[in-house]
Unconditional design. Structure first.
Length: 417
């Protein structure tokens, strides 16, 4: 008996009550569940920008090469150090303007010229042929990083709940509203398709049943976080006699970031898209323990020790969430590889120094994919365009582009395995 045809008819969705729940890669589907059907190893791209910079002393290693000592921000990633590379000294020639440069971080187009297609959209034009969504722009505070050929910004999904519904609800506003309403009542999206899910599980191998169970848990955990965030928005505030703290958004930045990371993981795991961008940013005070100054103001710390201490609390929270995302990708198998093997993750900022608004010597963390990682690749500041790294990323993704933006070639010292 060959179960593949019946299962293959569900290769994209479990359908029920207006829900489209995409499946992860399952061996019982004969490798045609989603990603493997493209005929070759699927490659994915995740671009993350921190528009207020990254505190250099806690991020850039003091030593170059493979034997560097992990700085404070990278310490949580110690178990993954062979899966990422730190690059320092890169910049976008001709790009200036401090914060204004963030719109060009993934295009590399000089500030005097009209902006053009960004790296994510260049990749999505090809990789997007194999997925439901060409690309996904998410926001943990800001995202104006994706640009079309004509210089139009790709609008981001600013509400993580709407993005969740977009991925898992059938097309149409009525269905999306219905799914969100049911989730808001505490009914899981998995409950809406439970009968079909149970019927499918009986026809899978033991390994696939375990994998499907893990995937369902990921979906349910994401739902719970969304529901909790929504509930807190409508909760009345307690009355206190103390002076009220500086106002901050009810959608806490770390909760929002965690939701974006969760959704990124689910979108890649189900192959709904292979290209995602997001930004991590708030102007005002953020709900991080021990922080009572606006994030933007902290980035202009003026070398004040108190401001730096609070800034590091905010930025460390990002790297804690990054560790969870990288670990989830590493621990998730897709065929004979992991999702991390098949996902190139580029984290950078348009500011080399948030304190001085410098657009030089930009911080870069490159993780995953088929690169030979485990080093701090330090290039002479001002000598190499960041777009050289973009060319190397394109090559690793299977593109044969010789140039991108202001590149002068690929990034020397970064080897594709």
């Amino acid at each position: 008996m060959n179960p593949q045809p019946a299962l293959a008819s569900r290769r994209r969705f479990l359908r029920g009550t207006g829900v489209a729940l995409c499946l992860p890669w399952l061996e019982s589907l004969g490798g045609v569940a989603h990603a493997a059907e493209a005929g070759k190893e699927p490659r994915r791209l995740l671009l993350i920008c921190l528009p207020l910079g990254i505190y250099r002393e806690s991020f850039v290693p003091k030593q170059s090469g493979a034997g560097y000592e992990l700085p404070e921000y990278l310490a949580p990633l110690a178990e993954l150090r062979d899966r990422f590379t730190i690059v320092s000294g890169l910049e976008h020639p001709g790009v200036s303007g401090g914060h204004a440069a963030q719109t060009r971080i993934f295009t590399g187009v000089p500030s005097a010229e009209r902006n053009r297609r960004s790296l994510d959209q260049h990749v999505a034009a090809v990789l997007g042929q194999h997925t439901r969504f060409d690309s996904l722009a998410l926001s943990a505070g800001a995202n104006d990083f994706g640009w079309t050929d004509g210089g139009s910004m790709v609008p981001p999904e600013k509400d993580i709940g709407d993005a969740f519904a977009r991925l898992f609800a059938e097309e149409g506003a009525a269905n999306k509203t219905k799914v969100l309403r049911e989730i808001g009542r505490g009914k899981s999206i998995l409950d809406l398709v439970l009968d079909e899910a149970r019927e499918l599980e009986t026809r899978l191998s033991q390994r696939d049943r375990e994998k499907l169970g893990e995937y369902f848990e990921s979906v349910r955990a994401t739902e719970k976080r969304l529901v909790k965030s929504e509930e807190w928005i409508h909760q009345p505030k307690p009355q206190v006699n103390s002076k009220p703290p500086a106002p901050f958004a009810p959608d806490e930045i770390i909760t929002n970031l965690r939701g974006v990371c969760d959704l990124t993981y689910l979108a890649f795991r189900t192959d709904r898209t292979r290209v995602i961008t997001f930004g991590y940013f708030r102007q005002d005070t953020v709900a991080v323990p021990g922080v009572n100054v606006g994030y933007h103001n902290l980035s202009h710390h003026g070398q004040d020790e108190g401001n730096i201490a609070q800034l590091k609390r905010v930025e460390r929270a990002f790297f804690d969430e990054l560790k969870t995302l990288l670990t989830n990708l590493k621990n998730t198998k897709e065929g004979d590889a992991s999702l991390l093997d098949r996902t190139t993750i580029l984290i950078t900022s348009n500011l080399g120094s948030g304190n001085s608004h410098s657009n030089k010597d930009l911080p870069v963390l490159l993780a995953g994919g088929r690169f030979q990682h485990g080093q701090h690749l330090a290039v002479a500041p001002g000598s190499t365009p960041l777009c050289n790294l973009y060319v190397s990323v394109l090559h690793q993704l299977g593109f044969d582009d010789k140039a991108f933006g202001t590149s002068t070639g690929d990034l020397k010292g970064l080897v594709i395995s």
